[in-house]
Design a protein around this ligand. Sequence first.
Ligand SMILES: [Zn+2]
Length: 438
Amino acid sequence: VSGWSAEERRLADAIADRADELSGHLGRLIGYDTTARAVGDPPREEQALQEYLAARLERRGAAIDLWEPAPSDVAGHRLAPEGIDFTGRPQLAATFRGRGGGRSLLLNGHIDTVSVEPRERWTSDPHRAEVRDGLLYGRGSADMKGGIACMTVAAETLADLGVALAGDLVVCTNTDEESSGAGSLACARHGVRADGGIVTEPTGFDVWAGCRGTSYATVTVPGRPGHAELTHPGWRDGGPVNAIEKAALVIEALQDQRARWHADSSLRHPYLGPPDVVPTGLVAGEWHVTYPAFAELVFTACFLPQQGDAAGWGDPVEREVQDGVQRFVARDDWLAEHPLEWIWGTRVPAAQIPVDHPLVSLALDAVEAGGRPRRISGLDSWYDGATFTLYADTPCIGFGPREMAQGHTIDEHLPVEDLVPCAQAIAVMALRWCGTAA
Ligand SMILES: [Zn+2]
């Protein structure tokens, strides 16, 4: 590849020499069960994984900060669910001190993975990495232990070669991304920060410059129970009301909201999808011969950075959706007089950094120097990069191997051939961002 300097080529060659070790390292990470948990579930093997990474990085001279946050460290923040604790689930920040005079860089990844269920549909054990036809299978291979393997080996190789970085290089791995976002929040509140950050999610070698935010709502639609197989008078004369049929109106209202957003040219984004509302849950019915007394509809509202408030939250979007639905369903005389109940629960903020930010251009240059196309994109869902960008004064990009579409799937896998070029690109980005000391 022609775009590398002599020093970058030496670094890239050293990483290429470690190809087998790199995939073995990823296999070991997959071997730790770090399935995301609900609040109150016992810890799994998060601590063992973090200790394994800490030991590797410490051997290369990193200063290790491996700590178990207190619940109070994240209390009062929307990203921290009620009752969250970190017992047995420490966070890790390993710092390679620079010689001074350079920009610091954060390399970040989440160690938690989503459930392997239905486990019986996997071709091989999801917690034991297996390579078949050049693809490395296992839960978390793509999302995102592959990226973690690449970023740790990139940092280790810089240290092994004795590269004297000018700025600090911080390798940080956290829990609680898949469930809430509380893990990276704990890191941000603990003081983990840098002049720029790379979150090594599976971007397919794209440079992510932002992500959408999300607010989740539960809407309770009122009904009035009654015998389902009798003929009744109208509701004003005491008859029952079917909450499922009324919920259908709410769904129609959400579709109407979506259509309006999709038709609005001010809500286009160069690399993020348009805002959306998606029903994801519906619970109703007490008995099969009874008009349901209520229906509970869950939906997710995904929004663009420009729709959020100054802190990235979707409050303005929540008001817009709620008011729009209320107006829409008011045409129904029952719902006009029996209001919906709204609970906006889990929320994540939208975030972006300018596409002409120096970290974005530097990352694109490094990708191109490695022989791959310059591509900016973003994540239509949410990732920890938003937290460091918004709350740790650390503008973040996403960059990692293929590919997010593999995340959360049965037989999740990652192409082995992606590991070396991904680690090489991360190492070159670190070298160029942090600079070298004379
Ligand atoms: Zn992820």
